[in-house]
Write a protein that binds this ligand. Structure first.
Ligand code: ATP
Length: 290
């Protein structure tokens, strides 16, 4: 039996680090938006009396063994559901790696979704989200998709109804940023949290993504203090973006545009200097069957 799914990337419209937890992790307030940048994943299961998982991916930089999040998702699903199968997973990779767009989380979300279709196991989504959270903090977000708010250490995701009629121009530069170092800097000197999260959410509901663009935020921008990031943000603004920000812990920087032609012109200008620039739009789901 085979199932094909499409798993969408996310952008962080808001990311505020709110504290350090006892377990060493950090609590975050986030708002995320799924966008039409995606991986296509084919999952094929054959009856077997032992678990087996074979991964193929068209990007040679990605490990195809148990380090792959798709493998982790398949293994965790089988263990929790008490099923055994020989699983073949093919990943057609389009979501940037180390970009802050959920590069590895989307595949875990896609595989969990596909496995649940194949085995019709978890009738309530709640269990599937618990598995997703065990693989990584962004996996439930990539599974649920759309516009989502997530507050502090709570694992609850709140769907936000808002207008998402805008275009994103994403710049994927030729450098990555060190997330661990950014968290270390936070621990030494925590960035201040204000009531910006609540303000952003109420503006988002009232005015949509474009209208609330002035309030987007990412704590990692303040922590990294990387000139190259500030430069890309200003270049996007100079090209007509209403607002621009880093997504996740970087290094993709996006700009929010009202108009599609403006967005395409910005892409044209920026792709002369950056290795990958793309225009995308919002989608209201995280994973869908093909
Ligand atoms: P996030 O937005 O969730 O912070 P990110 O884009 O910053 O994510 P990822 O792309 O999720 O970072 O992580 C990339 C790393 O994960 C790479 O080092 C890669 O080797 C590893 N990895 C494991 N499985 C996968 C996968 N299925 N797809 C992409 N990368 C994977």
């Amino acid at each position: 039996m085979t199932v094909s799914v499409r798993a969408y990337a996310k952008l962080n419209l808001y990311l505020d680090i709110t504290g350090r937890l006892e377990n060493g992790y950090h609590s975050l307030n986030t708002v995320t938006q799924s966008v039409d940048v995606y991986d296509d994943i084919i999952v094929c299961i054959k009856p077997s009396d032992a678990f087996g998982c074979h991964i193929r991916c068209d990007n040679a930089d990605i490990p195809c063994d148990s380090r792959n999040t798709a493998y982790k998702a398949a293994e965790l699903f089988c263990k929790t559901a008490g099923v055994k199968a020989d699983i073949e997973i093919s990943i057609y990779k389009r979501v940037p790696l180390m970009g802050g767009m959920g590069g590895s989380s989307v595949d875990a979300a896609g595989v969990l979704y596909a496995m649940n279709l194949l085995f019709s196991h978890f009738r309530s989504d709640v269990r599937l989200y618990e598995l997703a959270a065990q693989i990584g903090a962004d996996v439930p977000i990539c599974l649920a998709g759309g516009t989502l708010a997530s507050e502090k250490e709570s694992r609850n995701l709140h769907r936000i109804n808002c207008s998402s009629d805008c275009f994103f121009v994403c710049v994927y530069p030729d450098f990555t940023l060190n997330t661990r170092e950014a968290f270390r800097l936070y621990d030494v000197s925590p960035t201040k949290s204000d009531n910006g999260f609540e303000r952003y959410i109420s503006q988002l509901k009232a005015k949509g993504i474009l209208g609330s663009g002035g309030l987007i935020k990412n704590s990692f921008t303040e922590l990294h203090k990387d000139e190259r990031i500030y430069r890309i943000k200003s270049e996007l603004k100079a090209c007509g973006a209403r607002a621009s920000e880093l997504t996740g812990s970087g290094s993709v920087v996006y700009g929010i545009f009202r108009d599609g032609n403006n967005a395409l012109n910005a892409k044209q200008r920026l792709c002369e200097r950056f290795p990958r620039v793309f225009v995308c739009k919002s989608v209201d789901c995280g994973v869908k069957s093909l």
